[in-house]
Design a protein around this ligand. Structure first.
Ligand code: GRG
Length: 369
């Protein structure tokens, strides 16, 4: 099925995240597989032996960087590291660094340090996010707030950010400043989302601006850090940054679509979470904006806290609407624009794998929608 792209409401003040353009192929409806890996951003990258080896170095460095004299703090700070996670952001930093040479080679120590600093920021944000959401699980294990309490989760999250900052500072003022700015952007994106919680008048512009801050900015920074630490040229650093930003936009849009269309089993967590939390994402915004009886019904169901039954009805309305296809189209276009940004880096094994990783993101949702 081909659908018309109908976006274009990005905030003008958000450099680099210009709206996507053009059209692409949308997967048709299919049967639901019993279990799919819904978001696996880095898999074509980790298929490269040297990336897999570098990610093992990231793992060791992550644990070392949060180890302290205080075994309690060490346990709190390493909890989600040990729980796993896809390590998509470090993989992208390593992948971008790898574009320096035609064949992928192990990253320098600086590349690994940068990749670890970025993942620590991501982890710190997850600790704080779980407190805000009163989450009980994260990465399939008990969340830090649920296991130890909010105070512990906030302080341990702060500690992860502190360690990230220390590592970033060891790489120089440019990367230290970049990471500090990115932490600010994460907060801005999250605050903007909060400002529109339970708002049935949330606009696409507000949505795009929020996801750019809360998700895309860190992917963008992961790629920029990889490019800087690998010694790429200024124009290559800018191209890598654009790639990460656009990929990150697609990543969050896909994540938001999956929350509306996938089953609990497919997600590995309760679906419909965003509706329960009052976070109205692109497909919801578009279903409401389309008008008509479905939009009227959806508006009447949302706008305030809801229970499971209402969430299921609201979810069904959105799932059946053209807004899923058109939102997916926006994600497709961001992936296409991300891939186009890679052209400025020249041909390499790593660039091919990064493009494959971006495509793989769409595969995850194609299996469901
Ligand atoms: C103090 C840094 C800091 C931030 C405060 C809470 C907050 C502001 C920001 C959080 C923003 C947030 C949770 C955005 C969503 C990011 C996201 C898509 C998380 C899931 O990423 P995956 O799928 O997770 O890569 P894994 O577990 O695989 O790493």
């Amino acid at each position: 099925m081909w659908v018309k792209c109908n976006h274009g409401l990005l905030d003008r003040g958000t450099p680099g995240a210009e709206p996507p353009s053009g059209a692409g192929r949308i997967a048709g409806s299919g049967t639901l597989p019993p279990r799919v890996q819904v978001v696996a951003p880095a898999s074509p990258l980790v298929a490269l032996p040297s990336v897999a080896a570098d990610l093992a170095r990231v793992e060791t460095t992550l644990l070392a960087s949060v180890t302290t004299e205080d075994s309690y703090l060490t346990e709190l700070a390493s909890h989600l590291i040990r729980a796993g996670g896809k390590r998509g952001r470090p993989a992208f930093a390593i992948g971008i660094a790898g574009t320096r040479l035609p064949e992928m080679e192990p990253g320098s120590d600086d590349v690994i340090t940068g990749a670890v600093a970025v993942e620590l920021v991501h982890l710190g944000s997850l600790y704080h996010d779980d407190v805000m959401d009163e989450a009980t699980t994260r990465r399939t294990v008990e969340s830090v707030n649920a296991k130890w309490g909010n105070l512990q989760a906030i302080l341990a999250g702060d500690f992860l950010l502190a360690r990230a900052s220390e590592l970033a500072a060891s790489l120089g003022t440019e990367i230290a400043g970049l990471l500090a700015r990115t932490i600010g952007r994460l907060c801005e994106g999250q605050i903007l989302e909060l400002e529109h919680t339970y708002s049935i008048t949330r606009t696409e512009a507000a949505y795009f601006k929020s996801i750019e801050g809360k998700t895309a900015s860190l992917y963008s920074t992961a790629c920029r850090v990889g490019a800087i630490t690998a010694g790429l040229s200024r124009s290559e650093i800018e191209a890598a940054t654009r790639f990460g930003l656009r990929y990150g936009m697609a990543f969050q849009i896909v994540d938001d679509i999956l929350d509306l269309v996938a089953t609990d089993e497919q997600l590995g967590k309760p679906a419909g979470h965003d509706l329960i939390e009052g976070v109205y994402t692109l497909p919801v915004i578009r279903t409401i904006a389309a008008g008509g009886p479905d939009a009227d019904r959806l508006r009447s169901l949302l706008g305030h806290p809801i229970g499971e039954a209402v969430m299921r009805e609201a979810r069904a309305i959105v799932r059946e609407s053209p807004a899923i296809g058109s939102s997916l189209q926006v994600a497709h276009q961001y992936v296409a624009d991300a891939t186009a940004a890679l052209d400025a880096l020249g041909p390499s094994e790593a660039a091919t794998a990064l493009a494959g990783a971006a495509d793989h993101l769409l595969e995850s949702v194609r299996a469901i929608v």
